[in-house]
Design a binder for this molecule. Structure first.
Ligand code: FAD
Length: 805
């Protein structure tokens, strides 16, 4: 058994020790600086509201698994969970629309939820004044968690399995040798460790510093008050019996606490807290995780609260606090093993709501090499270097706090920490009046206002977007998409993927082990293949280009995949790994005229020989040394051109200049995405992820079972023998004016069969097109429906690729 040390005995640390024990792991020690188990961390005062449903599939899954665990641990004598249900109320018509959308994802993610009228909301919780709301979303399985009760149950079990808990013991340092953790130093001595799981809550960054790993979270104070008793709750005997209420338009939430209420508010200005300002346990009367209440900040939330719940007027506030917990730059938890230090695992920035679900997945990850559900969006390695700057993660976490209850459009952009990374084409893109979004820190053009005149050319064909789908959108996108189909366009793909160079004597052997395809291709060839994790799930779909006999360029999805590859690099010096993303840039030249443009910029001798699809060559385009890959995108001719950042601008200018006779334009990422969707191409991380294996998502061709070994092979063979749980299907929306955005549920009659992954518009068919993940096979004759804002749209399964216009 590995020796595992868990740092922190809050809900997260205790749940992880519990799940590791349940899975048979022994040799676990939990170290806690405060007393056991009311430690003084965030868990000690967590009011425990559990709203499971979110637009994020993974967070909803983790929350449902938490509810499942807490319910299992609940007994009549000691309740760990009160399934009282929840009501999210809408004060505005915009919010009501958002709740309709949320009711849709409830069906997508398999959570029971009901849209209720104001009167029906008041029937569920009679404290609500129905005149103040437009409606609400009721989730019966939500409720109140009692984390300390759950901790009590879990730690009893863990102790029986031999887990040792040390209270009043502070971790002061960590020993790392050859990039691998060795021991934990504490106020009570040294503990040898093969694996350390950092569950130190908002103290996490301090533990990270001990091993040189950035844990990008920001401690933030958040207001929570207890009211005096309400006459209306006079007869109550339970601690809590009425549904939770969330009034997101006013950034407040409510729960019953015996005869009174507990009310939390995100309305105030964010209060970031510095770790140096946090007291040690016992230094003051308050717990370290509690700052003094600032009543002035609660004046407006209190007025809003009384408006929604008039019974509060006679109750008044009993006491309040500004409690501290963690925020991250993207609102997601920080999970997994750090790429930089072997054996250093992190489980940070986790709400009680997701705690036991996270613990279950973390235990599987530590013990089996991968979790059951895809945790890419929570992976600690998802941040590039720029995101490890304290300025960045503080600014972004504050913004995250401010926006926590906002209505989130999928294309909504971040306001702070912009212009962190720009491609060499940025200057020209600004001249073309690009509308930028941020992607992995890069400014990425979505469309160019300079292309506005194209609208009049394509107007007749273009679909008119309205409402939600027209927000953060421009008809220029449709024009760019249509123009690419007719002529050609260049797309800045610098931000879209990561570029890695793998070289050395052992490079081929390493890549053979890492991927499912046969990488022993001729120099100048490329191959699209999969990387699987240890349990046979798809870690990523990548492109490998053999530049010379022992040098390969890998194009993978992002930082998580890049760090995964790096982690597997053998330490014998035979393989050199280099992330060349920031030092390079890439342009995709796409369209029926793309090869014409290429012919006018490269030496004739370079194009004179047969250059087949999938072949790559390093050549000169004027003075720029460019790696050119002939490909196809959206069923069209395409060229991927990769060069160093210093040469990028020259390349761009030359293409634009020489492309003029071909009507070449620069076009943005949204058009590129639409071209992908309408041509049936699936994207790793978007249409399938590590929960799926290649046979499930039609990637058989990328697997070469004749290879003796590759990571995940055994598990894949095992999974292949079982029935698949997932079916991919592409559907066409019958109504030509219908457009959806992604994650909408797909119904057959009243049964939700699954959900939309990517959604776009096919100009060849003149209809909306969606990729879906379904739980059962469908066929063309079945009348399927996609639900969008509460409306059902008829959809038909497609059996063949749409013709290219
Ligand atoms: P903690 O409970 O803080 O545990 C971390 C532990 O690590 C601490 O006990 C600490 O003492 C220990 N530790 C740190 N450093 C060291 C060291 N060097 N050596 C040894 N031990 C160390 N979540 C919800 O889901 N629903 C809610 O309704 C909700 N409401 C909230 C309201 C308020 C006011 C606040 C502040 C938080 C709320 N949360 C809510 C968030 C939730 O409380 C936290 O996210 C959760 O409790 C975090 O659990 P944890 O185990 O990660 O952290």
């Amino acid at each position: 058994h590995k020796r595992i040390v868990v740092i922190g005995a809050g809900i997260v640390g205790c749940s992880i020790a519990y799940y590791l024990s349940k899975m048979g792991q022994r040799n676990i020690t939990v170290i806690e600086q405060g007393p056991l188990f009311e430690t003084g961390g965030s868990t000690s005062h967590a009011p425990g509201l559990v709203f499971q449903l979110s637009f994020s599939k993974i967070l909803t899954t983790l929350a449902s698994q938490t509810v499942e665990t807490f319910k299992e641990l609940s007994t009549d004598e000691q309740r760990s969970f009160y399934p009282v249900g929840s009501l999210e109320v809408a004060r505005t018509s915009e919010r009501l629309e958002d709740l309709k959308r949320k009711a849709g994802v409830a069906s997508s993610w398999g959570i029971e939820a009901f849209l209720l009228s104001p009167q029906e909301c008041a029937e569920k919780n009679s404290l609500i004044c129905p005149e103040r709301i437009c409606g609400g979303l009721y989730v019966p399985s939500d409720g109140i968690a009692k984390p300390l009760h759950a901790v009590d149950k879990m730690t009893r079990f863990s102790k029986e399995c031999g887990v040792e808990f040390y209270g009043h013991t502070e971790v002061t340092n960590i020993e790392v040798t050859n990039g691998q953790v060795k021991a934990v130093y504490t106020s009570a001595g040294k503990f040898e460790a093969d694996v350390i799981v950092c569950c130190a809550g908002f103290w996490g960054p301090r533990i990270g510093e001990m091993v040189g790993v950035t844990i990008p979270l920001q401690p933030m104070a958040h207001q929570y008050v207890f009211t005096n008793d309400l006459l209306e709750l006079n007869g109550e005997t339970e601690e809590t019996a009425t549904p939770l209420i969330r009034d997101q338009d006013n950034a407040i939430y409510f729960r019953q606490v015996e005869k009174g209420l507990g009310i939390g508010s995100y309305q105030h200005e964010p209060f970031p807290v510095e770790l140096s300002d946090i007291t040690k346990y016992g230094e003051t009367k308050e717990m370290p995780s509690v700052k003094p209440f600032t009543p002035k900040d609660f004046e407006k939330p209190w007025e809003d609260a009384m408006e929604l719940i008039p019974a509060l007027k006679q109750a008044g506030i009993k006491k309040g606090m500004n409690g501290i917990f963690s925020f991250t730059p993207d609102g997601m938890p920080l999970l997994g093993e750090s790429q930089a230090v072997g054996g250093f695992w992190v489980a940070e920035a986790i709400w009680v709501t997701h705690s036991a679900g996270v613990a279950r997945q973390m235990a599987e990850w530590v013990m089996n090499g991968a979790p059951t559900v895809d945790l890419e969006l929570c992976d600690i390695n998802r941040f590039d270097t720029y995101a490890c700057s304290p300025v960045y993660y503080k600014q972004r976490s504050i913004e995250e706090y401010e926006e926590v209850y906002s209505i989130h459009h999928p294309f909504m952009q971040r306001k702070v920490s912009r212009n962190m990374r720009v491609s060499p084409f940025y200057m020209r893109q600004q001249e073309l009046k690009a509308y930028f979004n941020e992607k992995a820190g890069w400014e990425q053009p979505q469309w160019y206002e300079a292309n506005y005149p194209l609208i009049s050319t394509y107007e007749k064909k273009m679909v008119i977007r309205k409402g939600w789908s027209a927000e953060y959108w421009s008809p220029i996108i449709e024009a760019e998409q249509l123009h690419t189909r007719q002529y050609a366009a260049i797309y800045d793909t610098t931000a879209a993927k990561k570029r890695l160079e793998i070289k050395g004597e052992g490079a081929l052997q390493f890549l053979q082990k890492l991927t499912t395809g046969n990488i022993d291709i001729t120099v100048g060839q490329s191959i699209r293949t999969c990387m699987l994790h240890e349990r046979g799930g798809i870690k990523d779909q990548i492109t490998v280009i053999r530049k010379n006999i022992s040098t390969f360029l890998i194009v993978c999805t992002g930082a998580v995949e890049a760090s995964w590859i790096q982690k597997h690099v053998p330490q014998d010096g035979q393989v050199v790994f280099q992330d060349v993303t920031s030092g390079t840039c890439s342009i995709a030249l796409i369209g029926p005229k793309a090869t014409g443009v290429m012919k006018s910029v490269v030496q004739r001798s370079d194009l004179s020989r047969t250059w087949l699809q999938g072949q790559a060559k390093t050549l000169f385009i004027e003075n720029s040394s460019v790696l050119a890959l002939r490909d196809s995108y959206g069923g069209m001719e395409s060229w991927e051109l990769i060069t160093t950042s210093d040469q990028g601008l020259n390349l761009w200018d030359l293409l634009i200049e020489q492309g003029q006779p071909y009507q070449l334009i620069a076009a943005g990422d949204r058009a590129l995405e639409n071209l992908r969707i309408e041509s049936f191409s699936l994207k790793s991380g978007k249409d399938f992820w590590s929960e799926h294996h290649p046979y499930e998502v039609n990637l058989h061709e990328m697997v070469d079972l004749t290879k003796p070994v590759f990571i995940g092979k055994e598990a894949l063979l095992d999974r292949q023998r079982k029935d698949s749980e997932t079916v991919l299907a592409t559907l066409i929306l019958d109504d030509p004016s219908a457009i959806v955005m992604g994650y909408e549920p797909v119904f057959y009659g009243e049964t939700a069969l699954g959900f939309v992954t990517s959604a776009g518009y096919s100009y060849s068919l003149g209809k909306g097109i969606v990729h879906t993940l379904l739980s059962q096979a469908v066929h063309e004759e079945m009348v399927l429906e996609v639900e969008y804002f509460g409306q059902r749209y008829k959809a038909t399964m497609m059996t063949h690729s749409p013709a290219v216009v």
